[in-house]
Design a protein. Structure first.
Length: 268
């Protein structure tokens, strides 16, 4: 009977620790996974960067310079400190909210002197051309127009160390850079099925990406887009490792062993 109890203890111990263990292969990013074409180190890996189309609630930064004073004055807006051009702002703060131009529900932006211009579904270059054409109706002078997204805004939540909403003052950002701003995934994040909620002009799509796979670089999801929402699901091992669950499991094992000991003593 003591040997039987020892075996019970060993069984429960192995069951608990096996259930809470996470393999190294579940944590390492950018692996060459089986059944995929190998991408070697130092190999030039091409990636897909689809042209972004403006949509509702986007914020664009517009700079206009001409030789005409009243045009320059109309578009003179105090800009954020350029020294902070690449910083990440957490908590939903957006330095372009007050200085940029927001795409409304009808897909328009409203500009001084020019009024409303339809930009939904157009690229930044196409928007630039539209603004230039509208300005040419007012002046015949040389015109400089620059149109950029007012930063990349995204949210990341789930099994991350610092979830939140971020604004990156850059033209593009990879999913790994976005993740680093959130302090990386926790140990219990499901890295092979990261969910990206991506907005399109006609709605939202749910995409699942595998960050353990090196070929992520060749997908449209390597670079995130503005308004992306990134969610990391927990692994099953998380339930075993949670403090409250661990305590419950220990109490359960203790109760079982106590019962077995009482039965053993009674039979003696």
């Amino acid at each position: 009977m003591p040997k039987f109890i020892s075996r019970i203890i060993a069984f429960f111990s192995i069951l608990y620790f096996t259930g809470s263990c996470i393999s190294n292969s579940s944590l390492v990013y950018l692996q060459n996974l089986e059944n995929n074409k190998e991408l070697t180190d130092d190999q030039l890996i091409t990636y897909e960067t689809p042209e972004y189309k403006l949509q509702y609630n986007d914020i664009v930064s517009i700079d206009i310079k001409t030789t005409v004073d009243f045009i320059n004055a109309a578009f003179q807006i105090e800009r954020p400190n350029q020294m902070n051009g690449g910083m990440a702002i957490q908590g939903g703060g957006d330095v372009y909210y007050m200085t940029g131009y927001t795409v409304d529900k009808e897909g328009n932006i409203e500009l001084p002197l020019l009024g409303k211009i339809s930009v939904a579904g157009t690229s930044l270059d196409e928007t630039k051309n539209k603004i230039q054409e509208s300005l040419k109706k007012l002046v015949n002078e040389d015109i400089f127009v620059r149109v950029k997204l007012g930063g990349i805004r995204y949210s990341i939540f789930g099994e991350v160390n610092r979830p939140g909403k971020f604004t990156i003052l850059q033209d593009r950002i990879t999913i790994f850079e976005a993740l680093s701003n959130a302090g990386d995934f926790t140990t219990f994040a499901k890295r092979n099925e990261v969910i990206i909620l991506r907005q399109y002009p006609n709605g939202t799509k749910i995409h699942r990406v595998n960050l353990l796979d090196r070929s992520i670089i060749q997908t449209p999801y390597y670079f995130i887009q503005t308004n992306d929402q990134i969610y990391a699901e927990p692994l099953k091992q998380r339930e075993f490792a949670r403090t409250e669950n661990a305590s419950q499991n220990i109490l359960l094992v203790s109760s079982v062993l106590t019962t077995l000991l009482l039965i053993f003593n009674f039979l003696k």
